[in-house]
Design a protein around this ligand. Structure first.
Ligand SMILES: [Zn+2]
Ligand SMILES: [Zn+2]
Length: 318
């Protein structure tokens, strides 16, 4: 299985500004000072292997959209945030005019998690099948509403694809075209659901827009069981711990440190910080990642946990 991150930012898409790009460029020039490059390829190889990560990358621009590639004829994707637009471009290129079958798993219907669907190219291709899975009764209503006049020029009913809404029951395993899926209720305004995916002996958790009250042991143990021995946990780490327990308590999101604690309890292998706060720049996100890695080192027992921060374009092979 391969995980592809098409959108990793929370709440609203963000883009680097011209000032951000100039700043990265100036820092890169300082770091490369004294070196010469004979070709674009040589410079590219230097940038890839030697420049700091923060100078050659940016964390999430698009809102949530994460693909699970099972090397099958069908597509599997969590949420349709604005990352659904480049994901759609990828699907169309790969299909080369053959209609696709796309399975969507919807965490919840807040706008940042559905806003990419009107720009999802395959929805406009006749013969395409799109099945949108979720636990909310309002799933279909939300999808139709965001494309209703006067807010969008193409009504949902005009889309060429065959679109089906499939209601899933929480805490039960479901088989979706060979992928085992278990949804789990999470604490968030209007409820959200995390998903545990299992395929060929590998397990991936997609748990976004979820607040945790670790002082409630039953709640913490419930999530530790849901995350149990997972290979990868994609986790809502919108805030730093201090924010999450003070000013932003009850805002429905979690932190980098809570992610480490839950993954340690669950003996998961790899924590991926996700749903980045739109106000945080790359430097701040990098420091949140370093803080989480440091906390993991200090609290590590016999089970090391790898910690990464997601960015648009990240791929993880399992
Ligand atoms: Zn969100
Ligand atoms: Zn939300």
């Amino acid at each position: 299985m391969r995980i592809r991150f098409w959108g990793t930012r929370g709440s609203i898409p963000v883009a680097l500004t011209s000032a951000d790009i100039r700043d990265k460029l100036a820092q890169a020039l300082v770091q490369a000072s004294g070196r010469t490059f004979d070709s674009y390829e040589e410079a590219h190889a230097y940038a890839t292997s030697e420049l700091d990560f923060s100078l050659t990358h940016t964390f999430g621009g698009h809102t949530p959209c994460v693909e699970l590639d099972l090397d099958s004829d069908e597509y599997f994707v969590c949420d349709m945030g604005s990352g659904a637009r480049p994901f759609g471009v990828h699907v169309l290129a790969k299909q080369a005019r053959r209609p696709a079958t796309v399975n969507v798993f919807q965490s919840h219907v807040h706008w940042d998690h559905i806003m990419g669907f009107p720009f999802f190219g395959p929805a406009y291709v006749p013969g395409t099948k799109i099945r949108i899975h979720g636990c909310h009764d309002v799933l279909e209503q939300a999808y139709r509403l965001q494309q209703a006049a006067p807010c969008f020029p193409v009504d949902f009913a005009q889309l060429a694809a065959t679109i089906e809404f499939v209601k899933l029951e929480p805490d039960k395993p479901h088989d979706v075209s060979g992928l085992t899926v278990i949804p789990h209720l999470q604490l968030h305004s209007g409820d959200s659901y995390g998903y545990r995916f299992q395929h060929n002996g590998k397990s991936v958790i997609y748990s976004t827009d979820s607040e945790h009250k670790l002082e409630d042991r039953a709640e913490a143990e419930g999530f530790a069981n849901f995350f149990r021995n997972a290979d990868v946990v994609i986790f809502d780490a919108m805030y730093a711990l201090a924010e999450a327990i003070s000013v932003k308590a009850d805002w429905g999101h979690s932190s980098n440190i809570v992610g480490v604690e839950l993954c340690q309890m669950a003996r998961a292998r790899h924590l991926v910080l996700f749903h980045h706060e739109p106000a945080n720049d790359d430097m701040t996100l990098d420091s949140l990642l370093k803080e989480a890695r440091r906390f993991e080192e200090l609290t590590r027992s016999d089970h090391p946990l790898k910690v990464s921060a997601s960015y648009d374009g990240l791929e993880i092979e399992l």
